[in-house]
Design a protein around this ligand. Structure first.
Ligand SMILES: [Fe+2]
Ligand SMILES: [Fe+2]
Length: 385
């Protein structure tokens, strides 16, 4: 009989035995960067429910009612007349050193940055920002597809109702990031190969809760943390407002994941939970790999292999932005019971990749109430009228 306590190996989960295997990471490439269409096999059944009783899941019903009144319009609620200076975004986001996180690496003898002047640092900052916003845009499209899929696959009417509002939110997010990149910056980067692989895996999975785990908990958990961090330090007014509105929606989306899976995971067997733990770990590693930003090094003519090796060697505690990205994911995984199921396997894996320190940060079940930008703006407008 198979040992039910055995986890799959890293080779099976990640396609490589060593998390930091440079060659295996570099072998994941985006082969159809020039194509405009990418098809993924969606293996799930579309589920009807004949149980229409609304509010059987009060927390989801509350979220749905909130979402109905929190819709905004990307065309009219954002001031697109603002002139954007990319250097201003950078000054705010990265501090006086345009490429802050990478600057520490310039001291090393073999560093590709060794002879960088001010202009080079500024270029790197602009490229990194374009790349980052482009990946968020692609991730938003992933969320659009995943949430449309959840409308079909989740068996609960309250969840179908809520998910339908998220589909609209995600359409708006893709729209505003595309418009910002296109009209205010210099266009966008193709999707990063690691992000693409993760989105494909999420959509490919036939189990409805895996869409939630991959998208609402992992990808959107990361996005919520990133948007929060970027919003806090951003000084460019249009991007700042855009991030504030998007974030206010994302907080609901992550709450949707936490509230739905909390109920569902309570009924799963240990073996089923182990598969969820493995998937959460796989997603975390793919997202870490994504932030090696290979496409930026390629575009800048920097030796990508050397650069990725250097970044893999940086201790996690020196990569503050990358670490902060996990500040929502880890507490939410804890709340869902994924950290400590099966002898704490996921806890150990999160320790290995240096993100476990966030476990007792606030989870995201209720945060959407504090971040509700639309209600705040309406209240402020009513008070000043
Ligand atoms: Fe979104
Ligand atoms: Fe979202």
């Amino acid at each position: 009989m198979a040992d039910t306590h055995t986890f799959a190996s890293d080779q099976q989960i990640l396609g490589r035995a060593d998390i930091d295997d440079l060659e295996a990471i570099m072998a994941i490439v985006n082969t159809d960067a020039a194509e405009t269409i990418h098809a993924v096999k969606d293996n799930a059944d579309a589920i009807f429910t004949w149980d229409y009783e609304k509010g059987q899941r009060p927390a989801l019903n509350k979220l749905y009612e909130k979402a109905k009144t929190a819709q905004w319009n990307g065309e009219t609620d954002l001031d697109w007349s603002i002139d954007v200076d990319p250097e201003q975004i950078l000054a705010g986001l990265l501090g006086p050193n345009a490429a802050g996180p990478f600057q520490a690496l310039s001291q090393r003898d073999d560093s590709p940055f060794k002879h960088f002047d001010e202009k080079d640092w500024s270029n790197l900052g602009v490229e990194s920002m374009n790349w980052r916003l482009s990946q968020f845009m692609h991730g938003e499209q992933g969320a659009l597809l995943c949430t449309a899929k959840i409308v079909e696959t989740v068996p609960w009417i309250d969840a179908k109702y809520y998910a339908s509002t998220q589909v609209m939110d995600e359409a708006r997010h893709v729209e505003v990031f595309a418009k910002y990149l296109d009209s205010k910056l210099t266009g966008y980067y193709p999707i990063n190969a690691h992000l693409k692989m993760l989105l494909d895996d999420i959509i490919n999975d036939s189990r409805w809760d895996m869409t939630y785990l991959g998208m609402q908990i992992m990808v959107e958990g990361l996005a919520l943390a990133a948007f929060g961090f970027m919003h806090m330090i951003c000084e460019e007014p249009l991007l700042k407002q855009l991030l504030r509105y998007v974030m206010s929606d994302e907080a609901r989306h992550v709450a949707f994941g936490v509230l739905s899976l909390k109920e569902y995971y309570a009924e799963l067997s240990d073996a089923e939970l182990r598969e969820r733990q493995e998937f959460a770990f796989e997603a975390a590693v793919r997202m870490r790999d994504r932030f090696l930003q290979q496409e930026v090094w390629e575009r800048m003519g920097i030796d990508t292999r050397k650069m990725v090796r250097m970044l893999l060697d940086v201790p996690p505690e020196d990569m503050i932005f990358q670490q902060m990205l996990f500040s929502k994911i880890v507490p939410n995984c804890k709340k869902l019971g994924l950290l400590d199921a099966s002898g704490g396997w996921l806890r150990k894996r999160f320790e290995e990749i240096g993100v476990i320190q966030f476990e007792d940060w606030k989870d995201t079940g209720e945060e959407y109430l504090e971040l509700d930008a639309v209600s705040q703006d309406r209240a402020a407008a009513a008070a000043s009228a």
